[in-house]
Design a protein around this ligand. Sequence first.
Ligand code: GUN
Length: 291
Amino acid sequence: MVLLDGKKVSNDIKNEIAEQVKKMKDNGEKVPHLAAIIVGNDGASLTYVASKVRACERVGFESTMVRLSNTTSQVELLDKIKELNENPDIDGFIIQLPLPKQIDTQKVLLAVNPDKDVDGFHPMNFGRMALDMSTFIPATPFGILELLDRYGVDTQGKHTVVIGRSHIVGRPMSILMGRKGFPGNSTVTLTHSHTKNITQITSQADIIISALGVPNFLKAEMVKDDAVIIDVGITRVPDDTTEKGYRITGDVDFENVSKKASFITPVPGGVGPMTIAMLLKNTLLARERQI
Ligand code: GUN
């Protein structure tokens, strides 16, 4: 079994990006600038955004965090987006999801200038992705592709089963694994809450990508020998024995599934750190106008 070490690979990627930023600085060019809007006080979202800002500092990017209250109206948020769209100093920005219930997420994502949409959530970019055109690939799926690529995991002709059809991970992942190219060329099954006999499907999978958010959902009996296992779950499970009062738990019963897997991502330290590295990569691409 080989551990797909997202912490290590994401560090490598950050070093590569830092190197490029250094060159930009040496040439007197403007460095990439990422902004993040966060609405409300959700603990997990605040932690993610803080990590994104720290990662910017680490590679030499400029960053701006825009914090808006939980009672922010749709109009106020759209005004802020317009401001960032029009600010030439900002190369890319994200709106951390989920948003409070008074806000229509689809309208908000449509308001982002596709050239600055480093999350790749705008329908224009999502459509470009589905059509094999160059675009911003959503950071978590992009991170999974990069991890598979850097470990030389063969995906061609393999049966990939994706669990969960979220707009952020499952749906784009199912499209990307079936695209022409590497990693890709998989035969993909997308499973979700209405899927019947999921064990029958997962036990035929060469590659399983679980993005469900149900701790320890994927058990050893659901997996065939030598399968590749990608765990996207990051659920906070209450745990009094830890300082924070919770521990981060993946979708996969790691202890037992890892005994059967050929490659597997740990949680934490697998897909999570890759997401941040690929957001930086997209911001660099936005700065270079390579999309
Ligand atoms: N919430 C959970 N994952 C993400 C992500 O990748 N981007 C944004 N903007 N919000 C998220």
